[in-house]
Design a protein around this ligand. Structure first.
Ligand SMILES: Cc1ncc(C[n+]2csc(CCOP(=O)(O)OP(=O)(O)O)c2C)c(N)n1
Ligand SMILES: [Mg+2]
Length: 542
C-alpha cells in the first residue's frame, strides 16, 4: 500500500523542480503540508512572513531575481486574497510563481456551508488571475499537477500558476511516485520569418531594438545584435540591464522616444511596446519586428512586419546567424550616441535631487547588486536614469505599478540571491505597506538594505494635487514613526542619512552586514516632477 500523501508528493515535486524554499504562512488548511515540509527540511526550507502578502511578494522577488520558479503557500479565502496584489503583479511581470492555496473540505466545495475561510467560487477567482490553475482532486494527481503547473509557467506567455488543495486532501495516502519535470516545448523557429527579419534589419538605415522583461535571459544575444546593427537599445523598467547602461548604444526612455521617431525598423524583444504604441505613435513608414513568447501578443495593437514566436534567446541566436548575409555596412554610432546622451543628461539636471541619491547608491552597489524599485519619486527617476549593468539587477513592478510591493519583494530577491547585495528603495508611503516584514528579515537573517525616503507624504499624489487641483491637499500627508527606532525595535540595524554622502557611508556599512537587515532613513523634501520625461507627446503617425 502506497503511504505517500498528497502533501509529501507536492513537497517532493517542488524539490524535483529545483524549488528549495517555500514562502509560506500556516493555518489548519495546510497543517499537513507544513508537517511534510518539516520532514523534508534537509531538502526544502520554509520562510514564514508576518502577512500572506509577504509570502506572495517574496516568491515574486525570488522568481524575478533568478528567472527560476519559486513557490508560496497560504490558507484559502483571506489567505489567498491577502496575496492578491502580489499574484496580480506576478502576472503583469510574467513571473514564474507557483501558489499553493488551501481549500475547505473537498466534498463541501461549492455547497455554500460557510466553512472556515470559505470563499465563493475560489477556483473562479483564481482562474481570473492566472493562466494555469487546477485543484488536486486525488492524491495520485498531485505530483503531475505540480509538473504541469511549472511547465505552464514557462510556456507561451510566462507567468504564475495556482494549485488548490482541500484541507482533507493533503493528508491522504496513495500519491505514488514523483513526476519528473516536464520538458517545455518551444514552438519551432519560423525560418521564413528569420529570413524576413534578417533582410529588414540588414537593410535598415535607422534600426532600433526595444527590450522588455522577456529579453532578460537574452542579454548576450541582444548585445551582439546591437553591435552588429549599431542599433540603439531601449530598455525601460523591466527591460533595463539587458544591454549594459555603460554601452553608448543603451538609451533611456526619452532618448528612446526620439530614436523611435527616426527609426525605419524596430525590433521589439519580449516587450508589449506599450509606450511606443500608446504614446509615441506608429505609422506605415516604420516596420516593426516582434519576438514574443505569447503568440497573441505581436498583433495585439499593430500588425507587425514580422513576428517570431518563442523564447527570445534561441530566436535571437538564429537571427545572429542569418543577419551577416544581409547586413549593410554601418559606421559606429558611438560619437553620435554620446552626444545625444550628453544632451539628455543636461535636461535630467532638473532631477538632480533624486539623481544625487541614486548616484550614491550606484557608487556603493556592486555591478551585480540588485536594486528593487518602488512607486516613488526616487523610483521614477531610477527607471529613467539609474545605470544598470547586468540583467535581472533592476526589479520594477510592471504595469501594475503596485505601491508597497518593494520591501517584501526585495526580501525574496535577497533571500534567493544571498551572493549579491540587494537594496530596496521606498518612500515612506510604500514602505509601510510591508514594513511588518522587518520581523521576517530579522527572524530569517536576510541581509536586505532598505532605503526609505521620508517626505511625510504620498509625495507623488501631493504634487499632483498641488499642481493640478489648486493645492487642495487631501489624504496625502503621513504621520510617520521614527523609522530608525522602529527598525531597531525589531532588532534590525538602522541609521539616518542626511545627504548623498551620508547615504553612501550608510550603504557601505549596510552591504557589509551579511547576517541581518539594515534600514536607512533619508529625510527629504518635495521633489521635482519626473513626468515630463515619462509621458511624452507623439513623434509619429501625425
Ligand atoms: C497599490 C497602489 N495604491 C495606490 C497607488 C497610487 N500611488 C502612486 S504613488 C503614491 C504615493 C507614494 O508615496 P511614497 O511611497 O511616500 O512615495 P513618494 O511619492 O512620497 O516619493 C500613491 C498613493 C499605487 N500606485 N498603487
Ligand atoms: Mg513619501
Amino acid at each position: 500500500m502506497d503511504t505517500t500523501t498528497t502533501a509529501e508528493a507536492i513537497v517532493a515535486s517542488l524539490v524535483a523542480h529545483g524549488i528549495s524554499t517555500l514562502y509560506a504562512l500556516p493555518g489548519v488548511h495546510n497543517d499537513h503540508l507544513f508537517d511534510a515540509l518539516f520532514r523534508a527540511s534537509d531538502r526544502i526550507g520554509v520562510i514564514h512572513p508576518r502577512h500572506e502578502q509577504g509570502a506572495g511578494y517574496m516568491a515574486l522577488g525570488a522568481a524575478v531575481a533568478t528567472g527560476r520558479p519559486s513557490a508560496y503557500a497560504v490558507v484559502p479565502g483571506p489567505g489567498l486574497l491577502n496575496t492578491g496584489a502580489a499574484l496580480l503583479t506576478a502576472y503583469a511581470m510574467n513571473a514564474p510563481v507557483l501558489a499553493l492555496i488551501g481549500q475547505i473540505p473537498d466534498a463541501d466545495i461549492g455547497r455554500g456551508l460557510g466553512h472556515l475561510h470559505e470563499i465563493r467560487d475560489q477556483a473562479g477567482i483564481i482562474a481570473r488571475l492566472v493562466d494555469f490553475s487546477a485543484r488536486v482532486k486525488a492524491p495520485a494527481e498531485a505530483s503531475g499537477l505540480v509538473a504541469q503547473a511549472v511547465a505552464a509557467m514557462f510556456t507561451r506567455r510566462r507567468g504564475p500558476a495556482v494549485l488548490e488543495c482541500a484541507i482533507d486532501m493533503w493528508g491522504r495516502p496513495g500519491a505514488g511516485p514523483t513526476q519528473a519535470p516536464l520538458a517545455v516545448t518551444e514552438p519551432p523557429i519560423d525560418e521564413d520569418a528569420i529570413g524576413a527579419a534578417a533582410k529588414l534589419l540588414g537593410a535598415a538605415k535607422r534600426p532600433m531594438i526595444i527590450c522588455g522583461g522577456g529579453a532578460q535571459a537574452a542579454s548576450a544575444e541582444v548585445t551582439a545584435l546591437a553591435t552588429m546593427l549599431q542599433a540603439p537599445v531601449l530598455g525601460y523598467r523591466r527591460g533595463r540591464g539587458v544591454l549594459d547602461s555603460r554601452d553608448p548604444l543603451s538609451v533611456t526612455l526619452p532618448l528612446g522616444r526620439e530614436l523611435w521617431g527616426e527609426a525605419d525598423v524596430v525590433l521589439g524583444v519580449g516587450t508589449r511596446l506599450f509606450y511606443p504604441f500608446q504614446q509615441w505613435g506608429i505609422d506605415d513608414k516604420l516596420a516593426v519586428i516582434r519576438i514574443d513568447s505569447d503568440p497573441e501578443e505581436p498583433a495585439r495593437v499593430h500588425a507587425p512586419a514580422v513576428a517570431l514566436v518563442g523564447d527570445s534567446g534561441p530566436i535571437l541566436r538564429r537571427l545572429l546567424d542569418a543577419l551577416p548575409a544581409h547586413n549593410a555596412k554601418r559606421p559606429s554610432r558611438k560619437d553620435e550616441m554620446l552626444e545625444r546622451h550628453a544632451r539628455w543628461n543636461a535636461r535630467f539636471e532638473k532631477l538632480s535631487i533624486q539623481r544625487a541619491f541614486l548616484d550614491a547608491i550606484r557608487a556603493e552597489l556592486p555591478d551585480d547588486g540588485i536594486l528593487v524599485d518602488e512607486v516613488t519619486q526616487m523610483g521614477f527617476v531610477a527607471r529613467l536614469a539609474f545605470p544598470v549593468y547586468r540583467p535581472r539587477t533592476f526589479l520594477s513592478p510592471g504595469y501594475q505599478d503596485n505601491l508597497g510591493w518593494g520591501y517584501a519583494t526585495a526580501l525574496g530577491a535577497q533571500h534567493a540571491r544571498p551572493d549579491v547585495p540587494v537594496v530596496a528603495i521606498s518612500g515612506d508611503g510604500g514602505f509601510m505597506f510591508t514594513a511588518n516584514e522587518l520581523a521576517t528579515a530579522v527572524r530569517h537573517r536576510i541581509p536586505l538594505v532598505a532605503v526609505v525616503f521620508t517626505d511625510g507624504a504620498f509625495g507623488n499624489v501631493r504634487r499632483i494635487q498641488a499642481e493640478h487641483y489648486g493645492n487642495r491637499l487631501i489624504a496625502c500627508d503621513l504621520a510617520n514613526p521614527d523609522f530608525v527606532r522602529f527598525a531597531e525595535s525589531f532588532g534590525a540595524a538602522a541609521e539616518r542619512a542626511k545627504d548623498p554622502g551620508g547615504l553612501r557611508a550608510a550603504l557601505r556599512r549596510g552591504f557589509a552586514r551579511r547576517d541581518g537587515p539594515t534600514l536607512i532613513e533619508v529625510p527629504v523634501g518635495p521633489m521635482p516632477s519626473p513626468w515630463e520625461f515619462i509621458h511624452m507627446p507623439k513623434v509619429r503617425g501625425g
